[in-house]
Design a protein around this ligand. Structure first.
Ligand code: SF4
Length: 299
């Protein structure tokens, strides 16, 4: 059997920065450092940081008054900052700057009097943070037919979650345009999501099976699996080698591997090692040179 590795794959600039924020806080201030919501959606990353003294909680009211807390990369609604202030917490916000950009767009368009639609995944942490910025309506990316009953000439601005499927989002935007022809469209899918999906599309035609390494609650990992599967290639999302079902590999000559923006490369390496292939090929892909500065509190 041979393995083909998709490129780019794995960590994006927003994830690198968020993990660095927690690590710097641990080094500079010592444990415990609270983290509101998983810093990024990967249990291995979360466990590594917790081993060093981070404590992951889901809500602000679980954090002892006066503590230091890092808010996750997915972004947080204003009420979380308000609640943190009331508890005297020292907040360091590790939100990805590309998510902040969506928050800023929402505030801008709402202040201009536009109605704001957000295409996203109901219940995802990023959607929760973005929805909290201003009054807006969520269009579930899985069912874009459920549109608001506004006049067709209503001034509408359309934002998207950063980690959606490029193809599905184009369909959702098409449906919205059909209903609101003058809608202002901001496609906010980030560079990392776009590049990983394009790369997996190219890889899928070369392989018999796709393994996406990453967590089940990671939006961009799920989208990578769906993109591959939509091409008719069997695709599975796994955390690591222990989740490989030997039955998947029967009759398979070439396994394609990719990983989501929150997946550390060490997990990809462990899967390749477990497969023990005769040959490993890395596909050429877009070079990414994006990096973000640290939050001002840590500079
Ligand atoms: S996936 Fe995109 S939006 Fe999310 S943290 Fe990475 S760069 Fe930022």
């Amino acid at each position: 059997m041979q393995v083909i590795l998709s490129a780019p794959r794995g960590f994006c600039a927003g994830v690198v920065r968020a993990i660095e924020v927690v690590e710097i806080c641990l080094e500079r201030y010592g444990p415990p450092v609270y983290v509101k919501h998983q810093i990024v959606h990967n249990p291995y990353v979360v466990a590594e940081l917790e081993r060093k003294g981070a404590i992951t909680v889901e809500t602000v009211d679980e954090i002892p008054p006066g503590s230091r807390v890092v808010f996750s990369a997915h972004g947080s609604p204003p009420e979380d900052f308000q609640q943190a202030e009331e508890r005297g917490l020292q907040v360091i916000d590790a939100v990805c700057p590309l998510v902040t950009k969506v928050h800023n767009e929402a505030r801008k368009y709402r202040s201009e009097g536009k109605k704001v639609l957000l295409v996203g995944h109901r219940g995802h942490q990023e959607v929760r943070g973005t929805m909290g910025q201003v009054d807006m309506t969520l269009i579930d990316d899985a069912d874009p037919s459920d549109l608001p009953d506004w006049d067709s000439d209503t001034e509408v601005a359309v934002l998207t979650q950063t980690t959606l499927s490029v193809g599905d989002t184009a369909q959702s935007i098409g449906a919205i345009k059909g209903r609101f022809p003058d809608a202002l469209i901001r496609n906010d899918i980030c560079y990392a999501t776009t590049n990983r999906q394009s790369a997996v599309l190219e890889m899928t035609v070369l392989v018999d099976l796709v393994l996406v390494i990453g967590a089940v609650n990671s939006s961009n990992c799920n989208r990578l699996r769906e993109v591959a599967e939509a091409q008719g290639t069997p695709s599975y999302l796994i955390n690591g080698p222990e989740e490989i079902d030997p039955a998947w590999l029967e009759g398979v000559a070439t396994v394609g591997i990719t990983s989501g923006a929150s997946t550390p490369e060490v997990l990809v390496e462990s899967v390749v090692k477990a497969l023990n292939p005769e040959k490993v090929t890395v596909l050429p892909g877009v070079e990414e040179d994006v990096s973000f500065t640290l939050p001002k509190e840590l500079r």
